[in-house]
Write a new protein. Structure first.
Lengths: 163, 351
């Protein structure tokens, strides 16, 4: 079985590598978030924080855990910095309504349209506005992956505790 | 300036080392054995040929189609010295002013040399870019571009020349020269990003840099395309960007929603991390892969090389290419800390 695993591993190690990297991140993330949440909950019980600010605190911790788990990336440093400087501001993503031009333009206009969209993407990424385009695009890649993992961890946290 | 007269070499005498532009003139140089102190080899070496002496052993330009016997103007050069440029332009006319401008730029401050040329060549458009590229101290970078512009101009000028069929040759040789010039420039200017002007594309430094940038951006976007689900069929930057933006926004909103839910959760938070990880969460990205039998995660140590987990026999059908490319994505994103691990894959000999 072990041999099988090992030989298998060689073949699929690319998959494994990736999985393991994701696992590393997920693990890190959970390890950051869970204790923080526990601490919040303890404080909550003791100091009767209202639910809104509690939500904000939780969100803050959620984002913070993300930032701490992905230190390799520039956006995480930006995120961390933002969180630390304005601790209880709610970076409400849902309220970020980005204007989109729905009409398609061809040819010369396309460059401008693309630029506009790139700017929008920049706004979404923490610290994106301070990066140049090429870096920003690479950072977006890692940001997407980490967001997905974050979601997975959060989902399981929620589900495990509700059920 | 008129000090250096090297036999067998035609040099452009110029106080400043403006051999960049004049280098172009080298192509015709070998034709004329009469040395003309036009180009000082000292200036040539560091700039143009990366050490090639008079530079005219310029193997760079053998293919330069400018071996025009009809370049009767060159013999005139012999009489020229740096100060003698005034007579030069007149004789340069048959050659084409841009060639002349290329040659004589280095000899003088660019304004003046332009002035001369303008005087000399009425109706010949001396490209300012050429001049600028030639005389500026940053010519090292711009030389290929300036030269290519010069070449373009020379090509245009050639139309006035009876040898109009040379134009095609010049086009090809121009492109070759672009490549060669950028090749020869590579040694001295290693700190620049080298971009070869492709055939039919603009070659001034701005558009080259712009093109490099755009290609980088396109490359990143291709990587992103693989990350965002459902984007494989999309072609076109704008739509792709739309998708990416949508996806990031939706992810962020979901995170927000989940965190809200989390705040209402029973604060037990007895999280079994292993269980989370084992719950195929890691396969969420690979929707086409069979479930990973990652259950016994006890061996998971959180480091890349030390993974000993049970694997699913269904891996045989795993589409490796997408995975590897995704891994490459992650690698490029800085996730992979141990690239050496990826190099030792051997084909699966048996199950």
């Amino acid at each position: 079985m072990e041999r099988q695993i090992i030989t298998k591993r060689k073949r699929v190690s690319s998959l494994k590598e990736k999985k393991n990297l994701k696992a590393v991140f997920a693990r890190r993330y959970a390890s950051h978030l869970v204790p923080a949440l526990k601490k919040i909950n303890m404080n909550k019980c003791s100091s009767q924080i209202n639910s809104k600010s509690f939500e904000q605190t939780v969100k803050h911790e959620v984002d913070m855990a993300l930032a701490l788990s992905a230190q390799e990336f520039a956006w995480s440093r930006f995120l961390q910095h933002n969180l630390l400087s304005s601790p209880h501001e709610d970076p409400s993503y849902s309220s970020m309504i980005l204007e989109r031009s729905s009409h398609k333009q061809d040819g010369k206009e396309e460059g401008a349209e693309i630029k506009k969209k790139l700017k929008e993407l920049q706004k979404l990424l923490p610290g994106g506005e301070e990066m140049n385009m090429e870096d920003m695009l690479s950072e977006v890649g890692s940001y997407i992956v980490c967001l997905e993992l974050q979601m997975i961890v959060l989902k399981s946290l929620v589900q495990d505790n509700i059920s | 300036m008129g000090g250096e007269n090297h036999e067998g070499e035609i040099r452009l005498n110029h106080g400043d080392d403006e051999s960049g532009i004049s280098r172009v003139g080298i192509t015709s140089m070998p034709l004329y054995s009469k040395a003309d102190p036009f180009f000082s080899s000292a200036d040539w070496d560091p700039v143009v040929n990366g050490g090639g002496g008079g530079g005219f052993s310029s193997s760079h330009y053998p293919s330069m189609g400018m071996d025009n016997p009809g370049m009767s103007c060159f013999p005139h050069y012999q009489t020229g010295s740096s100060s003698g440029y005034h007579d030069m332009p007149a004789s340069l006319l048959p050659f084409g002013d841009c060639g002349g401008s290329g040659h004589f730029l280095g000899s003088d401050k660019k304004g003046e040399s332009v002035g001369r040329l303008v005087r000399a060549g009425d109706g010949h458009q001396v490209s300012d870019d050429v001049v600028l590229g030639g005389a500026s101290p940053a010519r090292k970078r711009r030389q290929p571009e300036a030269e290519s512009q010069w070449n373009k101009k020379a090509v245009e000028e050639y139309q006035e020349d009876p040898q109009s069929q040379k134009k095609q040759k010049n086009d090809q040789s121009k492109e070759k020269m672009n490549k060669e010039s950028s090749q020869s420039e590579e040694a001295p200017k290693e700190n620049y990003i080298h971009m070869r002007a492709r055939r039919g594309q603009a070659t001034n430094s701005h558009s080259l840099a712009e093109r490099v940038r755009r290609e980088k951006i396109s490359e990143r976007m291709r990587l992103l395309q693989e990350l965002v689900p459902g984007c494989n069929k999309i072609t076109g930057k704008a739509v792709m960007l739309d998708e990416i933006i949508n996806y990031v926004q939706s992810l962020q909103q979901q995170v927000e929603f989940l965190s809200m839910k989390l705040s209402t959760v029973n604060p037990e938070l007895n999280i079994d991390i292993d269980r989370i990880l084992a719950k195929d969460l890691l396969q969420s990205r690979d929707r086409n892969t069979p479930t990973l039998g990652l259950n016994p995660f006890t061996g998971f140590q959180g480091t890349v090389p030390n993974i000993s987990t049970s694997t699913n026999p269904q891996y045989n059908s795993l589409p490796q290419t997408t995975l590897e490319s995704e891994l490459q994505n992650l690698y490029q994103m800085g996730f992979v800390s141990n690239p050496s691990n990826m190099s030792s894959f051997s084909p699966n000999t048996g199950n």
